[in-house]
Design a protein around this ligand. Structure first.
Ligand code: GLV
Ligand code: MG
Length: 305
């Protein structure tokens, strides 16, 4: 996972709308996906492929992670989405987002198709990654096999809207607790299953969208919760959410500085003093402290702190 790039904020951009695509170039998101799935009306889906290919080839994306969300493997659109986008712009594409993944076979289908296209058009085989959205009961039930399904997999992405619908949750507000459930966090189980499956296979875990786009404080609270659990980033739908996500998924400067201090102190203790445990101020450090500090330092370095 250390080799994977920062995805604190992952900007959703409707692939059928060149105006939104243009706007997205100016936003400070770590990653973006040009959507061919749920933000594109069925009548626009085929034409949107050409818009997406042009947007990737026109460039101007800096070092952002460039991805496209194709339609899910059960649809009539999926195979042509992949073929047109990868044949047309594969060299300017970092990963495909596959929605509604319900089993390992969905990811393996995409992996095989990608390999065929890469061979056919002379792209390096295996460079284009896959991001799997876990967003229904079937996907969550098989999340471990999905996480292990392909070396192309880079992230597991929680899709709260489809997931809430899939469970028949009695609510209309995506990302908030369902009214009437006041005994804890209704999403803790799903988030922890996705996170542990991702970590067990060296993948990033990304939280999905928060749809009340004008309520930035509520977005900050939602992002803060999944960041605290260990998620790497969150989808953003609006310029106001970008900075909030970049902040929420990076450590504070104070924590980052402290983590670097722990790493230095522990390296000195083990390498110079040959001791496995050492005091730093009032705090006792051992090998597990080093690992925790490495996580925070890694997030801070990726965020440029
Ligand atoms: C995202 O795709 C979601 O369903 O929340
Ligand atoms: Mg969805």
């Amino acid at each position: 996972m250390g080799g994977l790039r920062a995805r604190r904020s992952v900007l959703a951009v409707p692939g059928s709308n060149p105006r939104f695509v243009e706007k997205a170039r100016g936003l400070d998101a770590d990653a973006f996906f040009l959507d061919l799935e749920d933000a594109v009306a069925p009548a626009e889906k085929e034409a949107a492929r050409a818009t997406v290919v042009a947007a990737l080839n026109d460039g101007g994306w800096g070092d952002r992670v460039r991805t496209v969300r194709v339609n899910d493997a059960s649809t009539a659109w999926a195979y042509r989405d992949v073929i047109e986008v990868v044949e047309g712009a594969g060299a300017n594409l970092d990963a495909l987002v596959l929605p509604k993944v319900t089993a390992a076979r969905d990811v393996q289908w995409l992996d095989t198709l990608l390999t065929q296209i890469e061979r056919a058009v002379g792209l390096p085989v295996g460079r284009i990654g896959i991001e799997a959205q876990i967003e229904d009961a079937g996907g969550l039930t098989r999340v471990e096999e999905i996480a292990a399904s392909s070396p192309r997999l880079e992230t597991l992405v929680y899709g709260p809207a489809d997931f809430m619908a899939s469970l028949n949750m009695k609510t209309l507000v995506v990302g908030e607790q369902p009214p009437g459930y006041d005994t804890g966090d209704a999403y803790h189980y799903v988030l922890m299953r996705i996170l542990t499956a991702a970590r067990a296979h060296g993948l990033q875990a990304i939280d999905g969208p928060y749809l009340q786009i004008r309520d930035v404080d509520a977005f900050r609270r939602a992002a803060g919760r999944t960041a605290a659990l260990g998620f790497d980033g969150k989808w953003v739908l609006h310029p106001l959410q970008v900075e909030a996500a970049n902040e929420a998924f990076a450590p504070s400067q104070e924590d980052y500085d402290h983590a670097e201090l722990i790493l230095d102190a522990y390296a000195h203790a083990t390498e110079v003093e040959r001791r496995g445990a050492v005091m730093l101020g009032e705090e006792m450090l051992d090998e597990a402290s080093r690992k925790m500090a490495l996580v925070i330092a890694g997030k801070g370095r990726a965020a440029g702190l």
